[in-house]
Design a protein around this ligand. Structure first.
Ligand SMILES: [Mg+2]
Length: 424
């Protein structure tokens, strides 16, 4: 979070499964729409927080399967683990808070008395979370008896039933809601309380997110019955919580618009990239988002094979601009654009998608910008990524001009042999 020196304009705190990620959408369209909106309009001055029931192991699996952005903060294992940044540094203060009236050994002992409970996979058992499956019809009774037993043993726990099958036992001070409250308190103490916070969820363990004071909330259209029921009983009159009409990440975008939290037009919803304008004059990050979106459409054959597009791209490159391909080969930027001509539509029917992550621009000298980002390509089942640095120069009357693009394979992409289909 250190990259922001002042209050975030918007902090989005979103659940993953069936909220940020639509498991019924093999094309991941709503997620990709959200991604380009975030990178184009919010990344530089806002915070993205994922709050998931998944353990670190299952969270990392999901990141490999789906085009998820890198969040600033990751809250995992139903609010029992808070980590920061790419390297996922744990919050030790949060660990101390959770140790209050919690004893993992005692929880394991007592739950052993319930034959209705089936232990979840080993990776899901965490220092401050014990997880089971339980049949819907038994959940209520088990929860009641188990809380009495644990209370007698001196523990103060919280039992959350979610998704019609998952039963999680956590310290009383844990949970998605308390983790969010802790995060807000921490940001406030640093003088960086976000201007607005939007919580997004679909199931029972997300209800807590909507109870945190001063937080906007969106239940996506596909929210589960248990969450809608909680809303009807507890938050029906709260105008800050809505039930979206759109599914998953589409519902998040809808809520950003309805609560007027900032721009809500994803560059993916703009059909002509030449008309896609940023919300202010100089936004080099926007140029990059726009270009790679065009690149995806070009190779999918979704934009017309028109010389006007290529001419406009070439006009925005310095005539002696350089492109360094991740293989190390150097060529001219203008030639690279010319080369695109023969790749029009070559990825048609190949589930080809391109997205950018962590787009961050810094002004290196007056009128010169360096934009760093991770660029990803998915083609059928293969995914490849590279870190990219783009140098822009502001030219009188021409806006930003591309001067140099330099790419390096990401760790896992280095191992793949064939470089031929990676154009830029
Ligand atoms: Mg969910």
């Amino acid at each position: 979070m250190e990259r922001l020196t002042s209050s975030a304009r918007l902090m989005i705190v979103s659940d993953l499964d069936h909220t940020m990620v639509d498991h019924h959408d093999p094309e991941n369209l709503s997620l990709l729409r959200f991604n380009s909106l975030w990178e184009h309009a919010y990344r530089r001055d806002s915070l993205l927080v994922f709050s998931t029931g998944r353990s670190p192991t299952l969270y990392k699996e999901l990141r490999k399967e789906k085009p998820l952005l890198t969040p600033d903060v990751t809250i995992m294992s139903v609010g029992t683990e808070i980590t920061y940044g790419n390297s996922m540094l744990p919050d030790h203060g949060w660990v101390d808070t959770l140790n209050n009236k919690w004893d993992l050994r005692v929880v394991k002992e007592e739950t052993g008395n319930f034959s209705e409970l089936t232990l979840q996979a080993e990776t899901e058992q965490r220092p401050h979370k014990v997880s089971f499956y339980v049949d819907k019809s038994k959940a209520h009774q088990v929860t009641k008896e188990l809380s009495q037993r644990l209370e007698k043993r001196g523990l103060d726990v919280k039992i959350i039933y979610s998704g019609g099958m998952d039963l999680d036992i956590l310290p009383q001070g844990a949970g998605k809601g308390q983790a969010l409250a802790y995060l807000l308190k921490k940001l406030k103490s640093e003088g960086n309380l976000p201007v607005n916070t939007l919580a997004c969820g679909d199931s029972g363990n997300d209800a807590e997110l909507f109870s945190v004071p001063d937080v906007y909330g969106v239940m996506v259209s596909n929210a589960q019955e248990e969450l809608l029921k909680w809303h009807a009983e507890n938050a029906k009159d709260n105008p800050k919580v809505i039930h979206a009409k759109e599914r998953c990440a589409g519902g998040i975008i809808q809520a950003v618009g309805e609560f007027k939290l900032g721009p809500n037009l994803s560059p993916r919803d703009v059909s002509d990239f030449l008309e896609c304008k940023a919300d202010e004059n100089v936004n080099p990050g926007h140029e990059v988002v726009k270009f790679f979106l065009f690149y995806e459409r070009w190779r999918r054959g979704e934009v017309e094979n028109s010389e006007a597009y290529l001419a406009s791209l070439k006009a925005s490159c310095l005539h002696d601009g350089v492109f360094v391909h991740p293989s190390g080969a150097e060529k001219s930027l203008v030639d690279t654009i010319d080369e695109l001509r023969k790749y029009h539509g070559d990825k048609q029917g190949k589930k080809f998608r391109v997205w950018v992550d962590q787009v961050l621009a810094t002004e290196s000298a007056h009128g010169t910008w360096i934009v760093k980002l991770d660029k990803w390509e998915q083609s059928d089942d293969e995914r490849r990524g590279c870190t990219t640095a783009v140098k822009f120069t502001a030219k009188e009357g021409e806006g930003l001009v591309w001067e140099r693009v330099e790419q390096t394979w990401s760790e896992e992409s280095k191992l793949k042999k064939d470089d031929s289909s990676w154009i830029i």
